[in-house]
Design a protein around this ligand. Structure first.
Ligand code: PEP
Length: 249
């Protein structure tokens, strides 16, 4: 049985004061929830979050990582640095990284590998754009994005990873994939992994992300291949995030 995971992607939001209140609410509620929880704050707040989450049931994650181990890469943050600050998870290949910062499938795969080498669990984000969906290319895009990872690290690596299906057209737009649309893609992702290793596929957690709200979370999480959520906007409001976590339980 796959335990559901709900992870909050704070993106480039927050202040010390706002984070402190949000983290306090989440850690206080965590023992009453029947799902795993993680929060991914911006890099400068990792130390604050590490301290606030210590001894709690809430895991820490980062939003990106360098594909390089160390060296002259101004502005970059390595996977071992994230591990030192208590990160268990790191988002890899979020559509904003792919789209705005030009991360190719190759770079995403290198980041995935770097994260795992440092002992982090990658949350690999996959998703098609609106025009790709409208052109009937969803399956092709997801297969290509996932193949880039499988080709680089092999299927066994997926045993210590999480996948997040995040249709780009649903991120931050208020347009959610219907439970049936999401389930179809989640099942296809699991099937692609199952061709290589049925056991790994069966244990793989596949989160849905894209305008998840308290009102739609239960229907999405009720689908057989949806194992939790990656939450953006709603993760910044304690009450909404915790209602979504409740729906996952
Ligand atoms: C995200 O950025 O990963 C996300 C899912 O955002 P939102 O929930 O705001 O659509």
């Amino acid at each position: 049985m796959r335990k559901k995971l709900v992870a909050g992607n704070w993106k480039m939001h927050g202040t010390l004061m706002q984070n402190s209140a949000l983290l306090a609410s989440i850690t206080a509620a965590a023992p009453t929830l029947d799902c795993e929880l993680a929060v991914c704050p911006p890099y400068p707040y990792l130390a604050q979050a590490q301290l606030a989450l210590s001894g709690s049931l809430v895991a820490l994650g980062a939003q990106s990582v360098s594909e390089h181990e160390f060296g002259a890469f101004t502005g970059e943050v390595s996977a071992s640095m994230l591990a030192e600050f208590g990160c268990a998870y790191v988002l890899i290949g979020h559509s904003e990284r792919r789209g705005i910062f030009g991360e190719s499938d190759t770079v995403v795969a290198a980041k995935f590998e770097a994260a795992q080498k440092a002992g982090l669990c990658p949350i690999l984000c996959l998703g098609e754009s609106l025009s790709e969906r409208e052109s009937g290319l969803t399956a092709q895009v997801i297969t290509r994005q996932l193949s880039a990872i499988l080709d680089r690290v092999g299927v066994a690596a997926m045993a210590s990873a999480v996948v997040a299906y995040e249709p780009v057209w649903a991120i931050g737009t208020g347009m959610t994939a219907s439970p049936a649309q999401a389930q179809e893609v989640h099942a296809a992702i699991r099937a692609q992994v199952a061709v290589l290793d049925a056991g790994v596929a069966n244990g793989l957690r596949i989160l849905y992300g894209g305008s998840v709200r308290p009102q739609n979370a239960e229907d999405l999480f009720g689908q057989p291949d949806i194992d939790g959520g990656l939450i953006g906007g709603a993760a910044l409001v304690a009450d909404d995030f915790l209602k979504i976590c409740l729906a996952a339980g």
